[in-house]
Ligand binder design. Structure first.
Ligand code: CP
Length: 312
């Protein structure tokens, strides 16, 4: 049995608070490793990990690969565009081939919600969700919470706002599950049609007035406005979005308060966030990226190294 309650990391909805804290705390231990001259430990020697990316990614894909290599795992990378998926092969056949190759761990990003849970039912390997459609992105939420804990020394009792297109955001859903379990208060802010009806049932508040939300919040986690959705009329115009919900220099200046700025990336500078804010002193966006490597080391270590020791 591994060090965590669940054998796979599919989402934070079913991850207990004590495991979230353990993942964050172990992430800080690996942050120290990343500060050393030799940033490598032998924890996953002899373990095979495949990174299966059926969707584009910069941060998640690179940081998983880096985390695996820092832990001395054997790493195989797969991207749908350069594989036989491009020739029409389906997910089931791809999975069966991966299974035949006796991988120990599969890190998967896929456009279909629920695909990682499905994968975990087909393979013996440990499965880590690197983002499944509009469902969850648990490793992003863990790095976000680790960054909040690093900045404030705690998560419990903080006011955290998530701003943007909540409806289509796996980052938002994983953050909501994680932050609520860890004792933060969460408010969602965005256009009414981009906030799911009944989401308050998850324990969050909804406020469509960004200026009230800025007054309330200790930190803003600002989501990417998915420009590809504008073509189908979900967002009327970039300019209108920026006027109502954009985190602009002028808007923050008017509030005269300390607030921490977060963004999971990729950013649309000049739309949901001004460049000067993204690069300013209150932003911890690049700390989030570094913590992404550390927390992914923590996830792989707690799921895999401990499983080996326990002889699963
Ligand atoms: N935050 C995030 O998931 O970024 P990528 O899509 O670049 O991996």
């Amino acid at each position: 049995m591994g060090a965590l309650q669940n054998r796979h990391l599919i989402g934070l909805e079913h991850t207990p608070a004590e495991d979230i804290q353990k993942l964050i705390d172990t992430g800080f231990t690996f942050r120290e490793v990343l500060e050393r001259p030799i940033k490598k430990v032998p924890s996953l020697t002899g373990i095979n990990v495949v990174n299966l990316f059926f969707e584009n990614s910069t941060r998640t894909r690179i940081s998983f690969e880096l985390a695996e290599k820092r832990l001395s795992a054997d790493v195989t990378n797969f991207s749908a565009s350069s594989s036989s998926v491009a020739k029409g092969e389906g997910l089931k056949d791809t999975i069966q081939n991966i299974h035949a190759m006796k991988m120990d761990c599969v890190v998967m990003r896929h456009p279909v919600p629920g695909s990682c849970l499905q994968l975990s039912r087909f393979v013996d390997a440990v499965v880590v969700n690197a983002g499944d459609g509009t469902h969850e992105h648990p490793t992003q939420a863990l790095l976000d919470m680790m960054s909040i804990q690093e900045k404030f020394g705690k998560i419990k009792g903080l006011n955290i706002a998530i701003v943007g297109d909540i409806c289509h955001s796996r980052v938002a859903l994983s953050n909501i599950h994680g932050l609520i379990k860890m004792g933060a208060s969460v408010t969602l802010c965005g256009p009414p049609h981009l906030i799911p009806v009944g989401i308050e049932d998850l324990g969050v508040e909804v406020n469509h007035n960004i200026d009230e939300v800025i007054e309330w919040a200790d930190a803003l986690n600002i989501l990417r406005i998915q420009r590809e959705r504008m073509g189908i009329g979900i967002i009327p115009s970039v300019r209108e979005y920026r006027d109502f919900f954009g985190i602009t220099e002028e808007r923050l200046r008017n509030h005269k308060k300390e607030i921490v700025i977060m963004h999971p990336g990729p950013m649309n500078r000049g739309v949901e966030i001004d460049s000067s804010i993204a690069d300013g002193d209150q932003a911890i966006i690049l700390d989030q990226v570094l913590n992404g490597v550390a927390v992914r080391m923590s996830i792989l270590y707690l799921l895999l190294a401990q499983e080996e020791e326990g002889g699963h």
